[in-house]
Design a protein around this ligand. Structure first.
Ligand code: FRU
Length: 476
């Protein structure tokens, strides 16, 4: 039996063996893509192709830790209902035996072509890295082409996560990299046929004049144009916390500027964090047939203690964010839930005017919208969102694993006048001021907890709407 067949069968067996226990988990997500079993991390190959949305994902089927990753696969016609498809890639070849790491998808003459990183670690833990590709006529079964790009000189084998796009009649690829003197950077490759690639240089570097120092490795780069500007999104590792910024172990953010394709030079401004929550990393974007720039992120963080999450006991860990639409307003990325998500709504439980304080009983799977000057939201007696007018800080607090309280903040001098919360059985995504900031976090509240308390500024009123959401949209 081929290596690929054997690994596929083992992954299918892992699903069969554990799917009942996974379903019993009270923290199992209702409308967020989650692994059928095992560990999920980065979104990969995010594309709308021949009318269908495909989201592949980094997947360890055999346990809830990291290791030799597979590509799992979800598909959707509407961004609301998702169906688990057969395993897309297994780490079955010499060039990807320690993991089919992250990458992207393009339409290539009517076929789907994916680019990914083949990760190889020998017995001594020495790493090798190869940029590989595979093709498919249906987006479901892939034939690997093998290695397309070897490691160029000047970089360590931390060189991965190819993201490919077309500009004019050439193809371009960004890759996350580490220089030999241990700085993170993003490099650019160019190709006429999307097969033979030439190295063009570095687009941005951790020691660049815009940063001072921005870490020893940059993962999962993505480059796209919005409103006539070029945006480079990436996830740097090794950035020190600085006040309210960079408080997660690893960061995700972006720079905005202009890419000179001729010179392979990218003039850009400073780095901005994209999300303010505890779990958000390695997002990927795509452009769909409505011309929207759509983003999905991993609702996790690398090197977090996976086993500390309660879902680990039920043989799964981590999930994706909801799909979001990006726009660029005054050089700032704005994230809004895709409008299709209104189709998740079942019954409306509240549409109420509140003065000073309101108490709401929610279903465990809910959407809440608050319009008005918000001071505090107490979520299921677990997390609190607090706005302090004096400092202009909006802070999300939640219990930390060591028994203390941990917090994340962002600065909003204009105040908080609108919130949209997507609440699933173990997460919350809080969109602030129509997507100006977002807090994405897992939330392991007591499974009986239903109450959300909303406090607004004295002598003002707010409107609160609550809907229950569907819990039958992810099909395994
Ligand atoms: C980001 C990352 C990527 C890598 C993948 C491996 O979370 O470390 O750089 O390709 O995960 O699963």
């Amino acid at each position: 039996m081929s290596n690929d067949r054997r690994l596929r069968e083992q992954a299918d067996t892992a699903i069969e063996t554990h799917q009942e226990i996974v379903k019993q988990d009270p923290y199992r997500q209702a409308f967020h893509m989650s692994p059928p079993v095992g560990l999920l991390n980065d979104p990969n190959g995010w594309i709308q192709w021949k009318g269908t949305y495909h989201l592949y994902f980094q997947w360890m089927p055999f346990h809830t830790g990291h290791g030799a990753k597979f590509w799992g696969h979800f598909s959707s016609d509407n961004l609301v209902e998702w169906k688990l498809e057969p395993t897309a890639l297994t780490p079955s070849d010499w060039f990807d035996q320690s993991g089919c790491y992250s990458g992207s998808a393009i339409d290539y003459d009517g076929k789907m072509k994916i680019y990914y990183t083949g990760n190889v670690k020998d017995e001594n833990g020495q790493r090798e890295t190869y940029q590989c590709s595979a093709e498919s006529v249906n987006g479901i079964e892939f034939v690997k082409n093998g290695v397309e790009i070897e490691l160029p000189q000047g970089y360590t084998p931390h060189f991965r996560d190819p993201k490919v796009w077309k500009h004019g009649d050439h193809w371009y690829m960004v890759i996350g990299a580490q220089t030999e003197d241990l700085y993170g950077c993003v490099v650019l490759f160019e190709s006429e046929d999307a097969k033979e690639w030439g190295f063009r240089g570095e687009l941005s570097h951790s020691a660049g004049k815009e940063f001072g120092y921005l870490g020893y490795m940059w993962e999962c780069p993505d480059l796209f144009t919005l409103n006539g500007q070029d945006v480079l999104l990436f996830s740097p590792q090794g950035v020190e916390a600085d006040g309210i910024n960079y408080n997660n172990l690893y960061q995700t953010g972006y720079v905005v500027g202009k890419l000179d394709y001729q010179q392979a030079q990218f003039q850009h401004n400073r780095f901005e964090e994209l999300d303010r929550g505890f779990e958000f990393y390695a997002p990927q974007t795509t452009c769909d047939d409505k011309g929207r720039r759509l983003l999905v992120g991993w609702m996790g963080c690398p090197d977090q203690e996976e086993k500390a999450q309660p879902t680990h006991r039920y043989h799964w860990v981590h999930c994706m964010t909801i799909p979001r639409e990006l726009s660029l307003e005054n050089d700032k990325l704005i994230q809004r839930p895709v409008t299709e998500l209104t189709d998740l709504r079942t019954v409306q439980r509240y549409d109420e005017q509140v003065a000073e304080k309101g108490i709401f009983e929610l279903d465990r799977v809910s959407e809440m919208q608050i319009d008005g000057p918000i001071e505090e939201v107490n979520l299921l007696n677990y997390a609190r969102l607090v706005y302090e007018r004096d400092s202009g800080l909006l802070t999300l607090l939640r219990p930390a694993l060591n028994g203390t309280v941990e917090s994340r903040s962002c600065r909003l001098p204009q105040g908080v006048n609108q919130l949209q919360l997507y609440i699933d059985r173990s997460s919350v995504e809080i969109f602030v001021n129509d997507g100006e900031e977002v807090f994405t976090s897992r939330m392991f509240a007591d499974t009986e907890a239903r109450t959300v308390e909303v406090k607004i500024e004295v002598s003002t009123t707010a409107n609160v709407k609550v809907w229950s959401l569907r819990d039958d949209v992810i099909h395994f």
